[in-house]
Design a protein around this ligand. Sequence first.
Ligand code: MGD
Ligand code: MGD
Ligand code: SF4
Ligand code: MO
Length: 679
Amino acid sequence: MPKGFFYFAINVLSGDHVKTVVCPYCGFGCRLLVDPKTMKVKPHRGEPNRGKLCPKGLHATEFVLSGDRLRRPLKRTGDYLKPVSWGRAIEEIASRLLEIRELYGPDAVAFLASSKVSNEENYLLQKIARLFGTNNIDNCARLCHEASVHALKMAVGTGAQTNPYEDLERFGVILIWGYNPAETHPVVMDYIRRAKRNGARIIVVDVRKTTSMAFADYGLITRPGTDIVLANALMHVIIHEELYNEEFVKARTTGFSEIKMAVRKYTPEYAEKVTGIPADTIKEVAREFASAGSGAVMWGMGLTQHVSGVENVLAVIDLALLLGYIGKRGGLYPMRGQNNVQGAAYMGALSEFLPGYVLLTDDRFRKRVASLWEVDDLPTERGLYLTELWDAIESGDVRALYIVGENPAVSEANFTRVRKALKKLDLLVVQDVFMSRTAKYAHYVLPASAFCEKDGSYMNSERRIQWSHMVCRPMGDSKPDWEILTMLGKALGLPGFDYSSVEEITAEYFRLFPELEDRSVEELKQGDGIFLPKKRLHTWEFATEDGRARLIAVEQISPWEKPDQEYPFILTTIRLISHYNTGEMTLRSPSLLKLMGESRVLINPDDARMLEIRDGDWVEIETRRGKIRMRAKLGNIQRGVVAVPFHFKANRLTSDALNKAGTPEFKFSAAKVRKLERG
Ligand SMILES: Nc1nc2c(c(=O)[nH]1)N[C@H]1C(S)=C(S)[C@@H](COP(=O)(O)OP(=O)(O)OC[C@H]3O[C@@H](n4cnc5c(=O)[nH]c(N)nc54)[C@H](O)[C@@H]3O)O[C@H]1N2
Ligand SMILES: Nc1nc2c(c(=O)[nH]1)N[C@H]1C(S)=C(S)[C@@H](COP(=O)(O)OP(=O)(O)OC[C@H]3O[C@@H](n4cnc5c(=O)[nH]c(N)nc54)[C@H](O)[C@@H]3O)O[C@H]1N2
Ligand code: SF4
Ligand SMILES: [Mo]
């Protein structure tokens, strides 16, 4: 598997000192100090990482120097991708896009933005899409926390994390649900550990014993897809024993009587039958959670990647609201995945929202955006979700796809159908730092410069915008994404695409948001970042029409697929600490390669015995979509459930059933497992 064993020399900027850049991996948003002469990384001492980094951050510059980097634009001729000049590539791409628009209309073209590139770059791509005439603009947030965005918007009016990380240290309880920060956001564990030292109780809910449970007071193991039953049972106890915050519920919420009615039947005893968690433990945890006085709820993919994703998130928001754990006394933490997924969303790279998560139908804001872009109006009909694209390509509705820094041929559910769709396109353009699995299908491949070869701003999970400085020159003929998109916008004849520096784009998006209007780009470059719209949300009132939060009652929703005799196991997919998403970056980092264990399927020892599987044996995992081979790891997972690391091939297996926010059910498929005699 190792790729790119030869490495390029660093393209040093003359006589320079240490630069601050934003980590290119996870959404926690650590800042790295990079020495331009050696490319060695040290942690930034200030917020948010306070001198800490995980192994990915520490070795973040290695993939940049990989011999595998794309160095020139490429164009397909038959089976081969051959070098072409920048001028010709951009001119030809633009004229193909205009031709397709002429023949089939603007919605026959779709754009995928990237949670890996800067705010400025995401802003430009969604501006191109909308000026081109389509809302077909999306990014991998769709595969990730979009259910949280929808649920938060419904319940509290704003689709984002409510509080900064620093608040975690002063809350009485931290509830971590379907989220494994010890592997996925290692630096946030430092905050959680400090909270524990300050006396906080730590409760973790998962379907297996995770490393994040190591120092938890309670580690609850629930059956996959039963989270609503558990949350409702916790609320049942809290309401039945009158432990909720009556004053807060009365003054600042609506919907209490519906919740009270709905959770009546979710007794702890009933929940024990469904989830496998003892009724007494549910009661004890409900009392601990309620009596803490303040608390955070943190959640991840274990909640969102289900057909019940939106409702799962609503249920944990309800739990927090019943106790008034919001504003100064608590916070909602949907911990964002990619380094700039929060920024991509805020900049409008989503098919149902304008920048700032504003609805497309909000006439006032839409006109404000249109006037800034020097046009009369913008399209108002929601575009296709990333997960809806493949059917639209299959049916011929979408003919051209322009992808910046995403790898759906590996990251999308049931990827066999995605790969088939990619082959069918009249035009596929992929702009990436590497020849990714997706780029192999492209008609044009455009080489992008990596994170530390360009300037720009990024937004982390707590909505902190941070500046990332250029450390070294772009590799080969590669160009920063914003430069490529500026050329494309101009070639398409769109108004206003004559940016000569990234700061001009920063200043333009600052003008969109009233909270940033008076701030300067210089200020952003110097300090520890700027919170958008502000550090803490909902301290006095919620962002809903009447200023009150909505308690929204939800009922249990079954997963889309059911295990049966032929496919008796439940398959879930998980992440490992030294691997990152589809591996394009981590597999090209020698130091991370050394740390990586092999990706193995996690099986319960009793199940393994039944199937005569020993630790390390090769097994085949099969679902109704396909099968893969992998070695088995016997370990801490409940019976009847197997967990496959998602990074490389899991999506040959996964179900593409979508929830209301368009996220696939990556966390639940019916599967069979059998021992193989040979690998
Ligand atoms: N090392 C590393 N870090 C990463 C990434 C990476 O690939 N590698 N990716 C980044 C990205 S894009 C994201 S979105 C975040 C994701 O971060 P997490 O949300 O922590 O990631 P996952 O491991 O996918 O899922 C979390 C947990 O959900 C559990 N789970 C599965 N099904 C259920 C269920 O039905 N109910 C409950 N309660 N739990 C369930 C799994 O066992 C797993 O422990 O990580 C980011 N950080
Ligand atoms: N089974 C299963 N599938 C899942 C998940 C799961 O839990 N289970 N999780 C889902 C989630 S939460 C997510 S977020 C997605 C992630 O899905 P993707 O976003 O498709 O995955 P990445 O591997 O992060 O791909 C990022 C790409 O950006 C490129 N890149 C890096 N830096 C730059 C840059 O500066 N410019 C450009 N142009 N390109 C760059 C990389 O080379 C890589 O090809 O996967 C989803 N898929
Ligand atoms: S915790 Fe996330 S942001 Fe921090 S160093 Fe690790 S991968 Fe980078
Ligand atoms: Mo993600």
